[in-house]
Write a protein that binds this ligand. Structure first.
Ligand code: CA
Ligand code: CA
Ligand code: CA
Length: 185
């Protein structure tokens, strides 16, 4: 492996950016966020209204946090360069803030994915979120589940999810299972 550490991380973040840019115009802006929220609501559709409202509030908090940190020139559009750059700033790497952000995001994503509310994400639940929210292919979502479920139990728990998400954002090692959170990178 001759790949530099930075390249691996950049490829994962570029993949995340591609998912966030729902309409594929090369920038992440409020319309992408609203489209993303709509996809979340589709998957959460069977849940009660209070739960869906709570998810949308959390998503909005995450969005505001994301935009204020990443939109360097304040034009309400986050470019890929702004996005990747923002994750390397002292503000974003501040441990307390980072843990809070990861906790918030994982709670939300886990809550969305755990459609039957049993505290575990089954392969079928992971597949549903991969397809409907992240718009990944079934092949790469299945591969992602296989990597994340490293104990081969057939489900993911919240603590595994937090580790996976943290590895996805920060790991420079090609051996980290969390790199596969969003499929191929
Ligand atoms: Ca966009
Ligand atoms: Ca901008
Ligand atoms: Ca479940």
């Amino acid at each position: 492996m001759t790949e530099t550490l930075g390249d691996l991380r950049n490829r994962k973040l570029a993949k995340l950016f591609e998912i966030l840019d729902s309409n594929g115009d090369g920038v992440v802006s409020l319309d992408d966020f609203e489209e993303f929220g709509g996809r979340v609501a589709t998957v959460a559709g069977q849940r009660d209204a209070a739960k869906i409202a709570e998810m949308k509030n959390t998503l909005k908090m995450i969005w505001d946090e994301f935009e204020s940190g990443a939109d360097g020139d304040n034009d309400r559009r986050v470019t890929e360069q702004e996005f990747i750059g923002s994750l390397l700033t002292p503000q974003a790497t501040d441990p307390a803030k980072f843990i809070q952000f990861v906790g918030l995001t994982c709670n939300l994503l886990f809550g969305i994915a755990d459609t039957d509310g049993d505290g575990r994400i089954s392969e079928a639940e992971h597949m549903l979120v991969g397809r409907e929210v992240m718009r990944l292919s079934d092949t790469e979502t299945a591969e992602s589940f296989d990597k994340l479920d490293f104990w081969k139990r057939g489900y993911l728990t919240m603590d595994q999810y937090v580790v996976a998400y943290t590895e996805f954002l920060t790991s420079s090692s090609s051996d980290s299972n969390g790199n596969w959170l969003l499929g191929k990178y």
